[in-house]
Design a protein around this ligand. Structure first.
Ligand code: PMP
Length: 426
């Protein structure tokens, strides 16, 4: 199809994330992708290929078109691309579940394999509410979270996204009213820890769970916080009979420098959500893990089943690729690569804080963020990055990158140059 025809059809019929938006820039047409490069169907700003600074929203940690992941997909495709999971099971899903239990914090034991991060969070909420229902405490049905979070675009996740600054204000009268506490400061402050403790204590009777993104609040503002707050939450939840959910959909599989962000605090949640990099960004799959205690609680209830069963649950193709992606990650010194990227981002973004309009620059693991003192002009910033030969997706007051772990130093330097160009565009 010719690119102009494709774009006309796209304009006429296709929804994009958070679209359509008046005056939005036309999307670029990607013909293929390999390694860390997106190959465009037609040149844009003189570029036919772009270095991907986004890992397709945290997910493509090994880059694109990876021979090992391709082989895993092909091998499974020849056997069975999908089969219903009700009453049937298969090796790829079982192997994946066992592998996830092996690599995640100790008491997590049961794995629900769904098809997107938002659904993984829905399932987590359902598990927690149902656990308390089963124990005769249906009044424990609210969730507590801190402001500035982002957990997805379906109903329960939207209810725990930031109610004011966030993207889901439109639904504020419709969503379940959750309990919010201020967003965590970057550094440890005892007064904030105390606020967490007292808020959990005050609402314990109505709380099913606390849900947070550990260490990095992603799409809600790309902010980092001291892992010690996770220990505070664990202690408060234990003291007051509240479950703890970590949403590691963005942070899981090494992005922050540890395999899971929670590892930095040495604490385990009762429920954990994974997605994005689970399949190396190849296929739509997410997972919700819970402890034996949560699963046993649910199975002791009046309705002893977790009533959730998506059609594509445990998809064999995605499971096989997820297993291969985890093996690939763990077979390498991935932590060294993430450290290398962290160092490259620190070097490459050094001095950016002195540019006009820049409020803050922060780097953690394979994540680099430039926060502006104004809303970014998305179209101008994207154009500026493309001119540098890099794909970025700035939003709100943020220009940021989370490159694939396989990004070489020279490409990383170009990503940093593009972040700087985007931060000063418009
Ligand atoms: N939780 C977090 C922390 C996320 O970053 C995201 C996606 N940005 C989600 C949940 C939702 O995942 P998905 O887009 O796959 O539904």
């Amino acid at each position: 199809m010719r690119t102009d025809e494709l774009l006309a059809l796209d304009r006429a019929h296709v929804w994009h994330p958070y679209g359509p938006m008046p005056g939005r820039a036309e999307p670029l047409v990607v013909a293929s992708a390999s390694g860390v490069r997106l190959h465009l169907a037609e040149p844009s700003q003189g570029r036919t290929e772009l270095i991907d600074g986004m890992s397709s929203w945290w997910s493509a940690v090994h880059g694109y078109n990876h021979p090992v992941l391709n082989e895993a997909a092909r091998g499974q495709l020849d056997r069975m691309s999908h089969v219903m999971f009700g009453g049937l099971t298969h090796e790829p899903a079982v192997r994946l579940a066992a592998r996830l239990v092996e690599i995640t914090p100790e008491p997590l034991r049961h794995v629900f394999l769904s098809d997107s991060g938002s659904v993984a969070v829905e399932v987590a909420a359902k598990m927690c509410l149902q656990y308390w229902r089963s124990l005769g405490r249906p009044d424990k049905r609210r969730l507590l979270t801190w402001r500035g979070g982002y957990h997805g675009d379906t109903w329960q996740p939207m209810s725990v996204c930031d109610p004011e600054g966030g993207m889901h204000q439109l639904w504020s009268g419709v969503l379940q009213q959750q309990v919010f506490v201020d967003e965590p400061p970057a550094a440890y402050e005892e007064s904030y820890a105390e606020l967490l403790r007292t808020t959990v204590a005050r609402h314990a009777d109505e709380l099913a769970a606390v849900i947070v993104e550990p260490v990095v609040q992603g799409a809600g503002g790309m902010r980092f916080h001291d892992p010690a707050y996770l220990r505070v939450l664990r202690e408060a939840c234990d003291a007051h009979g509240v479950l703890l959910v970590f949403d590691e959909i963005a942070t899981g599989f090494g992005r922050t420098g540890t395999l899971f962000a929670a590892d930095q605090a040495g604490v385990s949640p009762d429920v954990m959500c994974l997605g994005k990099a689970l399949t190396g960004g190849y296929l739509s799959m997410a997972a919700t893990l819970c402890t034996g205690t949560v699963a046993d609680g649910i199975s002791q209830g009046e309705v002893p089943v977790l009533a959730h069963g998506p059609t594509f649950m445990g998809n064999p193709l995605a499971s096989a690729v997820a297993c291969a992606s985890i093996d690939l990650l763990l077979s390498q010194d991935w932590a060294r690569e993430v450290k290398r990227i962290e160092a490259g981002l620190r070097d490459g973004l050094a001095g950016t804080e002195d540019l006009p309009g820049v409020r803050d620059v922060r780097v953690l693991g394979a994540i680099g963020v430039v926060q502006l003192d104004h809303e970014v002009d998305m179209a101008a910033a994207t154009r500026a990055a493309v001119r540098e030969g890099v794909w970025l997706r700035p939003f709100r007051d943020l220009v940021y990158t989370m490159p694939p772990y396989v990004t070489e130093d020279a490409d990383l330097a170009r990503i940093c140059a593009a972040v700087r160009a985007a931060a000063t565009a418009g």
